[in-house]
Design a binder for this molecule. Structure first.
Ligand code: PBG
Length: 426
C-alpha cells in the first residue's frame, strides 16, 4: 500500500511523479523542485554557468588577497547603515521593555522561521476521497452537499478518480446508492457479486490497478429499514446475525478487488469475524479499517440524504456510541486491536479531536479520521454565504485533524484540498 501511495502522480507538466509528496506544512515545495529540474530562472542559470565554465570568479577589482590585506590594515569597507528603527504610531506609550527571558513570538517572526518550526504537515497522500455512486449514467448533485454528486459508476466516477489522482490523491472509499427495489430487511444485495460496488471496483481496478479502494461494510444502504444491521420485530438490531451478513459483504468486496474493507456498522465482534472470513477465502492481504469510535452523530444528516439511507424508524443509538463518552472509545479500540484491525477510525472528525488524540496516544496502529458530511456542508455553506473563507477554513480543519493525530483523513474536500496544496507556491 505504501508503495502505491508513493507513486501517486501529479499533473503538473514540469514536475516529476513524486513531487506532490513533500510539503512544508500547507505549502508544497513544488516550485523549488521545478527550479531544480527544468525551467530555471534566468538569473540562476547565469550564475551556475559562470561557476561551471570560468573556474574562478569574474574580476571586479581587487583580488581576495588585496581585500584581506586591506581589512587587516584597518581599511574596512563601508557596509550599508543600520536601518532606522520603525516608528510607532503617535500616542504609543514610551515604556521600559518587559524583562522576559522567553518571548515565544521570536519563533513566529517570519514565514521562514514559522516554516522551520511547524510541527505538523499535510499532503494529498493523507487523504481518502469518499465518492457516492449510482446506477445512472448522469451525475446528480446532492442538495445537502454542495459540490458533491452521485456519480455514474461508469463515467463520472472514472473522471473524478482521474482528477484526484492528478493531484496525488490515490485512495478512495465508495458509497453506493442502491435502488429501492433491491433493498430488503436482511440487506442481501450487500453481498451480491454483481452488485454496484463489486462491479465498480472491478471497473476501477481495470483502469487504475494501483488505486487504493476502501469499501464501506454495513447494511444500511441495502436495508429496507435503513439500519446498519438486521432489525428484529421488536426493533432490536441483531448483532451476530448481522455480522454473518457483513462477513459475506466484505468477502464479496475483496473478491472484486477491494484493498481495504471498512466496517462502519458498530456491531460487536465484526472485525475478528471479518478477518477470519477474509483469511478463509485467501484474502490475507486485504486490510481492515475499523470504524472503532463511531458516534451516533447528527453530523451524518447530509450523507443519509445523499444515499436515501435514513433509518425508517428510531435511531442508531444502540450500536453507535454516545457522543458524551470518551473512555468507551478505549474499549472499542482494544477490541479492534485484539481482533486484528489494521487501521482505527474516529468519526465524526473535528468535534471529536479528543478521541483522535486518545487513540493516537494509546495505540500504535494508524489512525484515520472521518470529516463527515455535516462538517463538510457547514464549511461549504459558510463559504457560500461569505461568512467564512471556505478555502482557509477547509485547510485549517484538515490540519487540525492531522495535529490531533490522524494519519489519514476521509474528507469530501480531498480533491479541492489536494489541488490547493499542489498549487501552493513558495
Ligand atoms: C453507514 C455510514 C454512514 C456514514 C458512513 N457510513 C452514516 C450512518 O452511520 O448513518 C456517514 C458519513 C458521513 O456523514 O459523511 N454505515
Amino acid at each position: 500500500m505504501a508503495t502505491t501511495l508513493f507513486n501517486a502522480s501529479c499533473s503538473f507538466p514540469s514536475i516529476k511523479v513524486i513531487d506532490c509528496k513533500s510539503y512544508v506544512g500547507l505549502r508544497s515545495n513544488v516550485s523549488q523542485v521545478r527550479v531544480a529540474s527544468l525551467p530555471v530562472a534566468t538569473s540562476q542559470r547565469r550564475s551556475l554557468v559562470v561557476r561551471a565554465s570560468n573556474g574562478h570568479a569574474k574580476k571586479l577589482g581587487r583580488s581576495d588577497a588585496e581585500c584581506e590585506a586591506a581589512v587587516a590594515a584597518g581599511d574596512v569597507p563601508e557596509a550599508p547603515p543600520v536601518p532606522p528603527k520603525p516608528v510607532a504610531p503617535a500616542g504609543t506609550p514610551v515604556i521600559q521593555p518587559l524583562n522576559l527571558n522567553r518571548r515565544p513570538r521570536r519563533n513566529r517572526a517570519s514565514p521562514t522561521v514559522r516554516a522551520a518550526f511547524q510541527e505538523t504537515d499535510i499532503s494529498p497522500a493523507n487523504f481518502v476521497y469518499p465518492l457516492f455512486i449510482h446506477e445512472g449514467e448522469e451525475d446528480t448533485p446532492i442538495g445537502a452537499m454542495p459540490g458533491c454528486y452521485r456519480l455514474g459508476w461508469r463515467h463520472g466516477l472514472l473522471q473524478e478518480v482521474a482528477k484526484a489522482r492528478a493531484v496525488g490523491v490515490n485512495s478512495i472509499v465508495l458509497f453506493p446508492k442502491v435502488p429501492e427495489a433491491l433493498k430488503n430487511p436482511t440487506g442481501d444485495e450487500a453481498y451480491s457479486d454483481n452488485g454496484l460496488v463489486p462491479r465498480t471496483i472491478r471497473l476501477l481496478k481495470d483502469k487504475y490497478p494501483d488505486l487504493i479502494i476502501y469499501t464501506d461494510v454495513a447494511l444500511d444502504p441495502y436495508s429496507s429499514d435503513g439500519h446498519d444491521g438486521i432489525v428484529r420485530e421488536d426493533g432490536v438490531i441483531m448483532n451476530d446475525e448481522t455480522v454473518h451478513q457483513l462477513c459475506k459483504q466484505a468477502v464479496s468486496q475483496a473478491r472484486a478487488g477491494a484493498d481495504v474493507v471498512s466496517p462502519s456498522d458498530m456491531m460487536d465482534g465484526r472485525v475478528g469475524a471479518i478477518r477470519a472470513a477474509l483469511d478463509a477465502e485467501g484474502f490475507q492481504n486485504v486490510s481492515i479499517m475499523s470504524y472503532t469510535a463511531k458516534y451516533a452523530s447528527s453530523f451524518y444528516g447530509p450523507f443519509r440524504e445523499a444515499l436515501d439511507s435514513n433509518p425508517r424508524f428510531g435511531d442508531k443509538k444502540t450500536y453507535q456510541m454516545n457522543p458524551a463518552n470518551y473512555r468507551e472509545a478505549l474499549i472499542e479500540a482494544r477490541e479492534d486491536e485484539a481482533e486484528g484491525a489494521d487501521i482505527l477510525l474516529v468519526k465524526p472528525g473535528l468535534p471529536y479531536l479528543d478521541i483522535i488524540r486518545l487513540l493516537r496516544d494509546k495505540s500504535p496502529l494508524p489512525i484515520a479520521a472521518y470529516q463527515v458530511s455535516g462538517e463538510y456542508s457547514m464549511i461549504k455553506a459558510g463559504g457560500v454565504l461569505k461568512m467564512i473563507d471556505e478555502e482557509k477554513v477547509m485547510m485549517e480543519s484538515l490540519m487540525c485533524l492531522r495535529r490531533a493525530g490522524a494519519d489519514i483523513i476521509l474528507t469530501y474536500f480531498a480533491l479541492q484540498a489536494a489541488t490547493y496544496l499542489c498549487n501552493q507556491k513558495r
